[in-house]
Design a protein around this ligand. Structure first.
Ligand code: RIB
Length: 297
């Protein structure tokens, strides 16, 4: 099986701050670090470090060589990444607090320049049984997911960042990995006092053919499909940076599933991988290798 990860590539500018900035405030950052990131790039790195053959597609502009180097050093093929002139590479401004939490401002740049022609040409190289992994940091994901479904590819969707324009994409997805806030937005319900089992159940009612992974932060995660439900606890560690924890979870969960493991095993694999990622700074550089995760298991 080949995995096509079609998604964003970002330069993450991480400002270490004493607290998150508030309206009207000017705040001095303690330091600045620059990392490779983007939900698409991070998930490609996670899928590849977990052991899969991964092809990344997307678009970059200026100053993006180190992003392509990060992908290639993880073993990801970058032939389908468009290199565009006169446009900025996608980037983020991330505030990182001392306890490892973050706030992110995202600038799409080249990530928002995906064309249907690029999608059609890329998909010519994939066929039935191959997988497509997508998030919501590039344009044209509805068209992309529809074309992949028509080819009978397995579509895995992480609807992040969530907005109403991507609701149709849910119907093209076989696997949906989302957090409680995204679930509440999709369900159009106030789910603040609801149990994870209730939320996962509501998602399955609306999407009976999909397999759902609901991530719950420090409360772990829950998997649900037509036949089974299983819970995975979060693994407690001292976090220094939670950026890309969700992307690591997504990549390792999907790699477990794509190699034929049970959802229980894949959830455990993913939880251990993200527990390692949060103990290290940065997005893509924090993602562990398959062997590191297996040792922890
Ligand atoms: O999920 C983490 C990622 O979200 C960061 O690497 C940043 O680029 C944003 O896209």
């Amino acid at each position: 099986m080949k995995v096509l990860s079609f998604g964003s590539l970002n330069i993450d500018y991480v400002y270490n701050v004493p607290h998150f900035i508030v309206r009207g405030e000017t705040l001095a950052a303690k330091s600045l670090d620059t990392y490779s990131g983007g939900k698409g790039l991070n998930q490609s790195v996670a899928l590849a470090r977990a052991g899969l053959k991964v092809f990344h597609a997307g678009a970059v502009g200026e100053g993006a060589k180190f992003l392509l180097d990060e992908l290639e050093s993880a073993g990801v093929n970058t032939d389908f990444v468009a290199k565009l002139d006169n446009i900025r590479t996608g980037h983020t401004i991330i505030q990182r607090s001392d306890d490892g939490d973050n706030c992110i401002i995202l600038y799409g740049g080249a990530n928002q320049s995906i064309t249907r022609e690029q999608i059609n040409k890329t998909l010519e190289n994939f066929s039935s049984g191959d997988a497509l992994v997508i998030q919501n940091e590039i344009n044209e994901i509805e068209y992309l997911s529809k074309c992949a479904k028509e080819k009978n590819m397995i579509v895995a969707f992480n609807p992040s960042p969530m907005d109403s324009s991507i609701i149709p994409v849910f119907n093209n997805a076989d696997y949906i990995l989302l957090n409680e806030i995204e679930a509440g937005q999709f369900l159009n319900q106030d789910i603040t006092s609801k149990t994870p089992e209730y939320i996962a159940g509501e998602l399955c009612k609306k999407l009976p053919d999909s397999k759902i992974v609901l991530t719950l932060g420090v409360n772990g995660s829950i998997y649900k499909d037509k036949n089974i439900t299983c819970r995975q606890d979060a693994i407690r560690v001292k976090a220094v940076d939670t950026t890309a924890a969700g992307d690591t979870f997504t990549g390792f969960f999907l790699s477990g599933i794509f190699e034929g493991r049970s959802p229980e095993w894949a959830m455990k694999f993913a939880a251990n991988a993200s527990a390692i990622a949060v103990t290290r700074p940065g997005a893509a550089p924090s993602i562990p290798s398959r062997n590191e995760v297996l040792e922890k298991l």
